[in-house]
Design a protein around this ligand. Structure first.
Ligand SMILES: C[S@@+](CC[C@H](N)C(=O)[O-])C[C@H]1O[C@@H](n2cnc3c(N)ncnc32)[C@H](O)[C@@H]1O
Length: 210
């Protein structure tokens, strides 16, 4: 199906998440299986993908990482406008979904499942992260890492109003993104594209608590 805010791209995606979640848990034989994040283009990811397509100069000809790719929407957007893209997600099913979605759009994306948080990403110019600010522990890790990376790279995130989004970030754009009521308990989420500010110094970071 086409992606609501990014109709240039098509994704294998669920109209109803619950049956996919149920089947995934059954297939994995795991009652505690996580939400199948990969079967939905999340609102923050849609906003970031829209922004990248409308501002291709950010990624064209550059080495791009879609961090926490889910179904790979942001990676697809960056590849569509000329980025050299790889994607990472710790969920192996997200890797498969991203590969299928790349194939569907005739795009080439290398996908891995390592936890890269803390890595210096020496071979990356641009880091993109859609809708990752929904849990306190991981969000704190991502935030510290992104601020360090932002000293030498472009680091952008798309956020749909999740609770742990960094306060110190520059808003670049804002979109009204259609969302499934089943997941978000609303039909639209206002979603922002944010540029991460670099870490000024260890002391300033610690003082600000961010
Ligand atoms: C809400 S989904 C967002 C997916 C996609 N970026 C989008 O906007 O549609 C969050 C994703 O973060 C992934 N994730 C969580 N911790 C991660 C980590 N340490 N490294 C890579 N991916 C991670 C999850 O597996 C999940 O696919």
């Amino acid at each position: 199906m086409p992606v609501p805010l990014v109709p240039e791209l098509r994704m294998h995606r669920a109209e109803a998440v619950a049956p996919v979640w149920f089947e995934t848990a059954r297939w994995l034989d795991d009652d505690d299986a996580d939400v199948p994040f990969w079967c939905v283009p999340w609102a923050g990811g849609q906003a970031l993908a829209r922004y990248v397509i409308d501002h291709p100069e950010i990624v064209r000809g550059r080495r791009v990482l879609d961090f926490a790719c889910g179904g790979g929407l942001v990676a697809l957007a960056a590849a569509l406008v000329g980025g050299h893209v790889r994607a990472v997600d710790v969920d192996p099913l997200a890797r498969v979904a991203t590969e299928l979605n790349a194939k569907e759009n005739r795009l080439s994306i290398a996908v891995t499942t390592h936890d890269l948080v803390g890595d210096s990403l020496a071979d990356v110019d641009v880091v993109l992260a859609g809708d990752v600010w929904y849990e306190p522990g991981p969000s704190a890790r991502f935030r510290r890492w992104f601020r360090r990376l932002a000293r030498t790279k472009t680091v952008l995130t798309g956020d749909s109003g999740r609770p742990y989004v960094p306060r110190r970030a520059r808003e670049l754009a804002r979109y009204e993104v259609p969302t499934p009521f089943e997941l978000e308990a609303r039909d639209v989420r206002t979603s922002r594209v944010l540029a991460m500010d670099p870490a000024a110094s260890r002391t300033a970071e610690a003082k600000a608590g961010r």
